[in-house]
Design a protein around this ligand. Structure first.
Ligand code: ZN
Length: 343
């Protein structure tokens, strides 16, 4: 943390200046990923709707296509207990010692039969690395303007329980940590996963420095929805044109209102037509354009932005997010890994 502060110079001042600058500032994208994100539950993970290899497929393809070398990924540390307790209750941490509780959080009933140590090593630890990735990505965004965590976005996790495949509330934890370190004050969460980020809203409730903006399908999980600062419910069948029109009409005003020092963008791609857990009708091109609009708007305004991957459950999900990340790297250029940053 000391190292991060040193790298950032006067961090609070940097964040404030960034949000009020009228001139666009150059940003490069830092990619955060670790092979330790990979979940391994003795084969049981294969029967789950979540493509647990999505993260690795994206990272491998970026290397294969020459956009990054294996050494260019910024490697996060595992989320620590004290960091988890910034948002979650001690009782929640205790519940993770029971496979049945974790299986319920992950909506994977079969996993309830697994010994706790298998669950811990094969599932919870990977989640802690992927959640630590959101913290590192937020630090890197403050330094370089733009960062992507090749995982994270667990927006259904709540202080006292996990839910909807989410265990640790990575985004609220990163927000609270960086606020405590006085690196940031105001944060805008832009949650464009097809499901409302109800957990994030609950975790951030009562903190008027955090503004939550969500666009999601109205008639699907979670039920009931939570009341965020701005929620837009979309109808089943919403296509690219309608979606992008609403987003373009809304986001600039949301940024003006919230005046963030940092934007955290949950870029779930379960808005894709054919996703088994949702019913929107977006195409790959539409989702790439959506992500481009959010990222480029923040960069043009000089506001540091972090992207997390969130949901996406069709077989094509990883390809859509790959295409989106590829465009971001091609447009903004990648930060090559040099110095280590404390997590
Ligand atoms: Zn989702």
């Amino acid at each position: 943390m000391i190292l991060a502060a040193a790298l950032l110079g006067s961090p609070a001042a940097t964040a404030q200046t960034a949000s009020s600058q009228a001139e666009p500032k150059a940003a490069k994208v830092a990619l955060v990923y670790s092979k330790k994100y990979e979940i391994n539950l003795a084969g049981l993970e294969r029967v789950h709707v979540f493509d647990i290899h999505k993260y690795a497929k994206i990272a491998k393809q970026l290397v294969k296509d020459g956009l990054l070398s294996e050494h260019d990924f910024h490697v996060p540390k595992e989320l620590r207990r004290d960091q988890i307790l910034l948002v979650h209750t001690p009782e929640f941490l205790e519940s993770l010692k029971d496979s049945r509780a974790v299986a319920a959080y992950l909506e994977a009933p079969l996993a309830a039969i697994l010994p706790v140590r298998v669950m811990e090593a094969g599932m919870l630890r990977p989640f802690r690395y992927a959640s630590g990735g959101t913290i590192l990505a937020a630090r890197l965004a403050l330094k370089h303007g733009l960062a992507i965590n090749g995982g994270g976005g667990y927006h259904h996790a709540r202080p006292d329980r996990g839910e909807g495949f989410c265990v640790y509330a990575d985004m609220p934890i990163a927000i609270r940590l960086l606020q405590n370190e006085k690196l940031i004050r105001r944060v805008l969460v832009v949650d464009l996963d097809v499901h409302q980020g109800d957990g994030t809203i609950v975790c951030c409730r009562g903190d008027d420095r955090v503004f939550t903006f969500s666009m999601h399908q109205g008639n699907i999980y979670p039920v009931p929805k939570q009341k965020g600062d701005l929620d837009i419910e979309l109808e089943a069948g919403t296509d690219d044109d309608t979606y992008l029109r609403i987003l373009r009409r809304t986001l600039p005003g949301v940024i003006d209102r919230s005046r963030p020092d940092l934007v955290i963008f949950q870029a779930g791609c379960d808005t894709l037509a054919g996703d088994p857990l949702a019913g929107l009708a977006m195409t790959e091109e539409g989702i790439v354009a959506r992500d481009a609009y959010v990222i480029d708007t923040c960069v043009q305004r000089g506001i540091p932005v972090v992207m997390t991957l969130g949901g996406g459950y069709s077989r094509q999900a990883w390809k859509v997010q790959y295409a989106s990340i590829r465009r971001i790297i091609e447009k903004h250029g990648a930060v090559r890994r040099g110095s280590r940053i404390a997590n």
